[in-house]
Ligand binder design. Sequence first.
Ligand code: OSB
Ligand code: MG
Length: 379
Amino acid sequence: MNIKEIKLHQLLMNMRNPFTTSFGTQQDRFITIIEAVDENGLSGFGECVSGEDPLYSEEFMDASLIAMKKYFGPLILQNEIKHPDDVWELFKPFKRNNMAKAGIEGAVWDLYAKQHDMPLSELLGGVKDEVEVGVSLGLEDTDELLLEKIAEKVEEGYKRIKVKIKPGRDVEMIRSIRKKFKDIPLMVDANSAYTLDDIDTLKALDEFKLMMIEQPLAAGDLIDHAKLQKQIKTPICLDESIDSYEAAAGAIELGSCRIINVKVGRVGGLTQSKKIHDLAKDHHIPLWCGGMLEAGVGRLHNIAITSLSNFTLPGDTASSSRYWYEDIITPEVVAENGMVQVSNKPGIGAEVDFDKMEQYLKKTDIITKEDAPDMIFYD
Ligand code: OSB
Ligand code: MG
């Protein structure tokens, strides 16, 4: 692929609304956009979705930046990449750091698609020209405030509403939502806030006809999730737990979930996402694409992977304008009546707009072929 330079554009983006989950409140998003440049000056873009702090998972942006600068960027420059599927194998000796790996790999996928004049979705094996999306709503201080937010999003046409829950903000809050919105497609996300000791609360959620309950227990608890799934009617969807293809295989075999949320960053990139897609499809486990409060580049990668056939449930990739006053891509991602168009242009299908990105840009680190060898101290 003749990649000659990797640029790490480090952005600080202010979110339009604070986003609160069981692990905390977020107002600013520290994002790295990865640009892989080939010898003809063509650029591919990826986005590293690590959190600012290791609260959602163990990964965090400062560490991901070091991992990209020291290992994954140099590896791409020092080795001949024939196809983006090679990247996962190349990175394999270096354990985990999936979001850093996925950020770099994403730029390679976009570049490869552009070099071959193909939409990324088509390159991945996508079959849809538009995808269904829902919206993920954070915790609010009162039920009334949350009900207002839901009304707004239902009005905008999103295909399903996801609300965050945590101990003390669960059964009664959902009851008040169901009282007002009797039939909307509704689901909850606990972000690992419960244990099996909370079984009575989790069982009590069964009466609300929820599409699913996302990640009720801790990430490592596949066995406890399997025990829980046997005792509740609502399908369990795993998010944090599915941090690899092997975790997906284990969860399916154990019966730890009936639905999987695929996040490209969490599983280590698009190659692994495709592999999980195919496995889940074979086992009749429906998928949807999760979100990590991405800027436009990550959003477009999510749409491309969602175009695969077994992503049958609405994902979290809402309009750019739900998160940002101004996104970094042109055109921005727009959900109309809960549908987002899959671009038929080459690569991710929209331009990274450097004029718009400028307002958020804190620093760009450039790794070149020449200085890359110094960065690795193993043989
Ligand atoms: O658990 O799905 C999650 C955001 C950050 C980290 C974890 C999660 C989320 C969301 C929002 O739910 C998804 C989005 O709108 O991008
Ligand atoms: Mg989640």
